[in-house]
Design a protein around this ligand. Structure first.
Ligand code: 13P
Ligand code: SF4
Length: 368
């Protein structure tokens, strides 16, 4: 289901009541429900969530950690996922039948995940099999729909996250001669480059033109990158890096591997959300950091590390719009709906899809 389909489903319109309540009252109400429900309720929160929401989450993490934590939690009846749609789908796939996963706002999709749909993927696969025969293993970033994960699982592949991409790409290239990496070309390219694959052995598959773009000999292509990207991380540019190097040469530049290759190449450090948090937390007092990742997280790192000079690599950066859909009113609405027995926005992945998607997820989870 893409963002437009989700927005058109019934039940997504926030009732008036939550628009007029004070932040204080909403906070108290959330706290009271958490107390009443105890372990029956579990609220995981991704690091890119707003502060007003993350302060009520039981655990915070990046995509990999939240997937692992969801897989481990067997006691909660309700998992109210503060993140985006693909994360809630992953949680549903990894939890027990009787556990209900809820996304407080169905409009919290991911523009990157929407850049690959299952029909495009199946057409691409047929075309790529014609070109390369049975030499390709599909890998999908977890930032993809459950249907894509199922496709990958059915074809022997696995999911990856930004914190285990190197291990997973290396593993995939031990299984088959080449990989198809969906849907983020930048994470795929940066990861393959880091493990020693030259850029001239990487091709880009354009799902709209249905063609493979490459230079050199077709049979030399080892990494087939889906032409998708993160609309947040693509906003960090080489111009940002160059301006900063000129104005503040002492700044360390650290970016997420969803940024373009050229930006990663010019930066000092690149790694997943958890890697960035870890680097900043361990950095010496007085050091200076320009961070190329989502703005809610950068703001939180600034607040938590007053002894360091931290800025965003792009001075005009905004938070991820879809992550930001989950706000305090939607969180409270979701929690009250549980108590009232009129659950809003449950995320339920069809059994036939979940059965194949779990193959792809488990191939990752058993390796990292
Ligand atoms: P990670 O949590 O794997 O770093 O992914 C970043 C992201 O863009 C999540 O949507
Ligand atoms: Fe999707 Fe990028 Fe937002 Fe993550 S930060 S949810 S990849 S659009």
């Amino acid at each position: 289901m893409n963002i437009l389909d989700m927005a058109s489903t019934a039940g997504h319109v926030l009732p008036e009541k939550y628009k007029t309540m004070s932040v204080e009252d909403m906070g108290k109400a959330v706290q009271n429900i958490k107390q009443r429900m105890g372990n029956r309720l579990y609220i995981p929160g991704h690091h890119y969530q707003r502060e007003e929401v993350i302060r009520f989450s039981d655990v915070t993490g990046d995509s990999l950690q939240l997937a692992q934590l969801s897989a481990q939690n067997r006691e909660a009846d309700y998992i109210v996922f503060c993140g985006v749609h693909f994360m809630a789908e992953t949680a549903d796939i990894l939890t027990e039948e009787g556990q209900t996963v809820i996304l407080p706002d169905m409009r919290a999709g991911c523009s990157m995940a929407d850049m690959a749909n299952i029909a495009q993927t199946e057409r691409a696969w047929t075309k790529l099999q014609e070109l390369f025969g049975d030499t390709i293993l599909p890998l999908t970033y977890v930032n993809s729909t459950a249907a894509i994960k199922a496709f990958v699982g059915k074809n022997g592949g696995a999911t990856v996250t930004s914190s285990n991409a190197q291990e997973m790409v290396s593993w995939a290239l031990e299984q088959k001669e080449r990989i198809l990496f969906l849907p983020d070309q930048h994470l795929g390219r940066n990861t393959a480059f880091d493990i020693g694959i030259p850029l001239n052995e990487m091709a880009v598959y354009d799902p709209h033109k249905e063609e493979l773009i490459y230079e050199g000999e077709l049979e030399d292509m080892k990494v087939l990158l889906w032409k998708g990207h993160c609309s947040v991380h693509e906003n960090f540019t080489t111009a940002n890096v160059e301006a900063l190097r000129k104005e503040q040469p002492a700044m360390n530049i650290i970016v997420h591997p969803e940024c373009r290759r050229e930006v990663v190449a010019l930066s000092d450090y690149a790694g997943s959300t958890s890697y960035i948090i870890d680097m900043i937390e361990k950095a010496e007092a007085g050091t200076a950091w320009a961070i190329g990742t989502e703005m809610n997280l950068v703001k939180r790192l600034i607040a938590k590390n007053p002894d360091k000079n931290i800025i965003s690599l792009n001075p005009n950066m905004c938070p991820c719009l879809t992550m930001n859909r989950i706000d305090l009113p939607h969180l409270l609405w979701a929690l009250e709906s549980i108590e009232q027995g009129t659950i809003i926005n449950p995320i339920k992945v069809e059994r036939s899809i979940a059965d194949n998607a779990i193959l792809a997820l488990n191939r990752m989870l058993e390796r990292v």
